[in-house]
Design a protein around this ligand. Sequence first.
Ligand SMILES: Nc1ncnc2c1ncn2[C@@H]1O[C@H](COP(=O)(O)OP(=O)(O)O)[C@@H](O)[C@H]1O
Ligand SMILES: [Mg+2]
Length: 383
Amino acid sequence: MSIELAPIVDLDEKYRPVTLGDVLGQDAIIEELQEWLESPTSTGMFLEGPTGTGKTSTALALARAIGCDPDDIWGGFTCIPSGEQTADQVRTQLDHLRVCASNSSGWKVLLVEEADRMSEQVGTIWLNALEKRNMPPRRLVIFTTNYPEKIKTRLADRCKRFMFDANPASVKEAADAYVRKIWCGETGQSKNAPDYEAIGDLTDSDGNLSFRRICTHMERILKKWRQEMAKHEYDGMPMIIPFSQGLKPALAKAAKDAKAVKTVQKPVQAKDDKPARSEPARTHVADSREVVLQKIEVDRYDDELAKMGTRFFEIEAAIAKIKSAIKNSKNKEQTAKLKLQLKTLQQEDADLEEQANLVDENLVKAEAKLARLIKSQSKTRNG
Ligand SMILES: Nc1ncnc2c1ncn2[C@@H]1O[C@H](COP(=O)(O)OP(=O)(O)O)[C@@H](O)[C@H]1O
Ligand SMILES: [Mg+2]
């Protein structure tokens, strides 16, 4: 019997640093950020340097460290992706920053990717927004850029600046550690890791080392390694088959469940005039991989909808509160502020409804697919 190996997918996402401590080769920056975290105050930050050095990863890790989970839609983290920094987009995000955070830390983090692509108008909006007196408390705006020289000094001077190191000589230990980490994670063995200098060209035309390039080369090397391994027939030799994180525990559970209900055919003793007979064996086989995956998909949409539902109620309550505050407000300036907050919340409410409808549609489709898969699974087994 030959074994099937899960494909190697997106090593750069799989091995993206999660915490600040996971970011390799940028010790001085990480230390400074950790110091800032000891008594953080609202600020803007520029993470500068060549591509693939860990700017985005550091921004995400810093957001987590301050209590804004980037993977949670209500975590207080938002992002303006590269190329989408229009004046409207920036104004909308600044409005969102003014609304209270719904996480427990009270912090909100806005990440602006590739911030150098910025019009005059947008530059002026940021200049104004990043003035100390205009920043609400517990707010962090992080800009990333590969071209710090394109950023206006007036803007950069209002922010903390961090220059990421891409010098092959100074990050070589980090590069070596990263290659070993991926090798060990993918092959399950700590020995025989390739020499980082031998895996391929890690630098760009300017001589800057990119960790992303390490991932690309490792994908090729691991693919070859796996092809070699897959040639061997499975002969009881223990072998590491990495699955994606969600699938592994789910499959393990499915297998355990199946084992628990599997009973062996047991003869029943003859009693009085009743003849001895065999109890029918209850057979139960684990769900197929497709069914398990589909169940995970359905659960994911279910979870998402539940989270959205909670947020719906929060928004509704907040809208009611603001409306009554507007009614009672005697101060013009105060009323204007409240109206702005109301508008933002109403927009969020409408956006949320649209998103929820989409998720709901996906859920219905996923459930239908699951039903079909279960039906065809039992057909193959009974047929
Ligand atoms: N300093 C680093 N330490 C560990 N991994 C890194 C580092 N920099 C980059 N990587 C790897 O490269 C990928 C891209 O990194 P990213 O943070 O997006 O780089 P940038 O924003 O500087 O272009 C990450 O997912 C990670 O796998
Ligand atoms: Mg980036």
